[in-house]
Ligand binder design. Structure first.
Ligand code: ATP
Ligand code: MG
Length: 611
């Protein structure tokens, strides 16, 4: 190493991005490990493997290794986003690598749909598993051979035995919190007997569920997870990767530490419910490193609080139920907290990353208010989303003196407004081209902007009042133009006041009481606008024994037909806007098309959730 290059392994502060981030207990653990050089001696052979494999490799170019290990059994949700940002973010900040690993040790039907959606979600969020010329995309089922070998080693070393008790007997013998377990009558078989039995299990000589392989630890341990946990079970199932090669499969608690170790993970981050599994994680890796199967030092597990977000469910199983029971239109329904749902709703990767950063990581469970997520989106879009006018509850306004002033009822005139207000343009960034739209004899206005008999303090349109059509002319309201059979106003009349157009010298010659948003009939486009609200009415819809289906908000989607100015009608799918006074909207990535605008409301302009 040249003298000008700081030794990053011993000076973690050199990690480029790490300096700007708020510290947390995980960062402290990592920085401490880097300072002490805990993992400095480790070698990496370029692919996962056992001790001998890595020993033949190079010093590990990654300062730390983390992993994101989803089970490919559903779409990822906002809770997973927290884990993705955490694992990939820490690796990035500390000169490490984060592995993308499918935890597919549970045999079930192949789901390439889930696999692809998970990869898409991670990439969309802005992360990548390519590093140091390697693709760190792995699947745990590739490690079945090693796992079996590790199990045979434990058997031979007297650390595991085949138990032929029934599941019921095993449960009863396990004891409980205040009561020690009872040794299995099969616990003291010789390693040779156990090995023969285990091989019979592997060779399909025994029925599913007739016996299991158990670690031999301590039936009296105060930690029930240490009372000889099962590590292999018989299960005749076709695995999507290994087919019918195996009729025995490792238990998750056995598989996961081994996956981490084969991949040379340094910091294995999981949610708090795995805290009680940590002693077994350590026990297992100690046995396998002392047996020379795995490289030392082994990975360590650290637990953090899972994300609980108010008004949101974060369980793949429950989200699947919403999809299969048609409570939503699919995994990507904009009301779903899935990453595909958030994306379609209009959330940005930057907003989600900011959210993950802001909520941080802690060691105790808590609820994060949904408004925190919305706040992050507003923060991201404030300086990016172009402004535009949309009328969502339209009523027609007719300027009755139009021909008199401009010579013809068909006359139209261009109006222009900035795409971003001056204050929203970041320093040094060019001003975007202004929006242009037409004013004519007829425009659409919001129904709530006219009152035949104004309530006290009302400043918008009522007979005799003077307001400005934002970016256009000042007008004086003359009254109702027409009503339908039910007495509902269908047309409002006003007179345009000449020489008062915004941006012209006469603009301020007449004082307007208010400025209202509008869309020209001449160039406005009809649009479908989907007004989304929270999917659940209960802040904790699935807490305790509650049936979350009962908490569904019957009004979580309202579809309206409105009018939008040309700059909005010409949007591309996924383009985001601030509809003046209405909030943030996105052109729907599935249904929006040229000539058929469809917008989703992402969120309002102000926080409407926090009480
Ligand atoms: P689910 O119950 O929704 O299926 P899971 O934890 O079983 O979630 P996995 O696919 O096993 O889903 O999770 C992959 C990773 O995402 C794990 O490391 C897990 O800790 C993390 N994760 C899952 N849910 C959350 C959450 N709500 N907050 C933070 N991390 C989470
Ligand atoms: Mg799971």
């Amino acid at each position: 190493m040249s003298s000008t290059t700081p030794n990053k392994a011993t000076s973690p502060a050199a990690a480029a991005d790490g300096e700007h981030k708020v510290s947390n207990f995980l960062r402290q653990i990592i920085e401490n490990d880097l300072d002490k050089g805990t993992y400095q001696t480790r070698r990496w052979a370029g692919s996962p493997g056992d001790a001998a494999h890595h020993a033949a490799g190079q010093p590990d170019p990654a300062k730390i290794r983390t992993r994101f290990p989803p089970e490919p059994n559903g779409y990822l949700h906002v809770g997973h986003a927290k884990s993705i940002c955490l694992n990939f973010g820490l690796a990035r900040d500390y000169g490490g690598v984060c592995h993308m690993r499918f935890d597919d040790t549970n045999p079930e039907k192949e789901d390439t749909e889930y696999v692809n959606s998970i990869l898409d979600a991670v990439q969309w969020l802005g992360f990548d598993w390519q590093a140091n010329g390697n693709s760190h995309l792995y699947q745990a089922s590739d490690y079945f051979d090693f796992m079996y070998r590790a199990a045979e080693y434990l058997v031979q070393a007297g650390h595991a035995y085949v138990d032929e008790q029934t599941a019921e007997q095993m449960r009863a013998a396990r004891g409980d919190f205040g009561k020690p377990g009872v040794d299995s009558p099969f616990r003291n078989r010789t390693p040779a007997e156990n090995l023969a039995r285990f091989r019979e299990m592997r060779d399909g000589k025994h029925e599913d569920g007739s016996m299991v392989l158990r670690a031999r630890i301590d039936m009296a341990s105060p930690n029930i997870n240490m009372r000889d946990p099962a590590i292999y079970r018989i299960r005749r199932a076709t695995h999507h990767n290994t087919g019918d090669t195996w009729c025995i499969y490792p238990m998750y608690t056995f598989a996961h530490p081994i996956e981490d170790a084969l991949e040379q993970i340094t910091h294995s981050l999981c949610t708090l419910e795995f805290e009680d599994q940590r002693p077994f994680y350590d026990w297992l890796l100690e046995r396998l490193t002392e047996g020379g199967l795995l490289q030392s030092p082994p990975p360590r597990q650290y637990e953090f609080a899972r994300l609980n977000l108010t008004y949101v469910i974060t369980s793949k199983r429950k989200l699947a139920q919403l999809v299969y029971d048609h409570k939503v239109s699919g995994w990507d329904d904009p009301r779903m907290p899935t990453i595909v749902g958030l994306r379609r709703r209009g959330y940005t990767p930057a907003a989600i990353q900011l959210f993950a950063e802001r909520i941080g990581v802690t060691k105790s469970d808590s609820w994060i208010d949904y408004s925190t997520l919305e706040g992050c989106l507003r923060e991201d879009l404030e300086n990016k989303a172009h402004r535009g006018m949309a009328v969502l509850d339209p009523v027609k306004l007719v300027l009755t003196n139009w021909a008199e002033v401009f010579g013809s009822d068909d006359y139209t005139e261009d109006c222009s407004q900035p795409a971003l207000p001056h204050s929203a343009i970041p320093e040094g960034q060019p001003e975007p081209a202004p929006r242009v739209f037409k004013i004519g004899k007829e425009v659409w206005i919001e129904r709530e902007d006219f009152e035949e008999v104004p309530p006290k303090g009302y400043k918008r349109l009522f007979p005799g009042n003077v307001v400005r059509l934002k970016g256009g002319y000042v007008i004086e309201c003359t009254g109702v133009g027409a009503k339908d059979a039910e007495g509902k106003v269908t047309e409002v009349h006003a007179k345009v006041i000449p020489d008062t157009k915004s941006g012209t010298p006469g603009a301020d010659s007449v004082k307007a009481k208010a400025a209202i948003t509008w869309v020209g009939v001449a160039d406005g486009a009809q649009a479908e606008v989907r007004l989304y609200d929270r999917l659940f009415l209960d802040a904790q819809p699935d807490a305790g024994s509650k049936d979350f289906i009962e908490a569904l908000n019957p009004n979580s989607l309202k579809v309206v037909t409105g009018y939008v100015e040309p700059s909005l009608a010409n949007a591309k799918p996924d383009d985001k806007f601030q509809f003046e006074r209405h909030g943030y909207f996105v052109a729907d990535r599935v249904d929006h098309a040229a000539g058929k605008p469809v917008f989703n409301r992402v969120t309002g302009l102000k926080d409407s959730w926090a009480r």
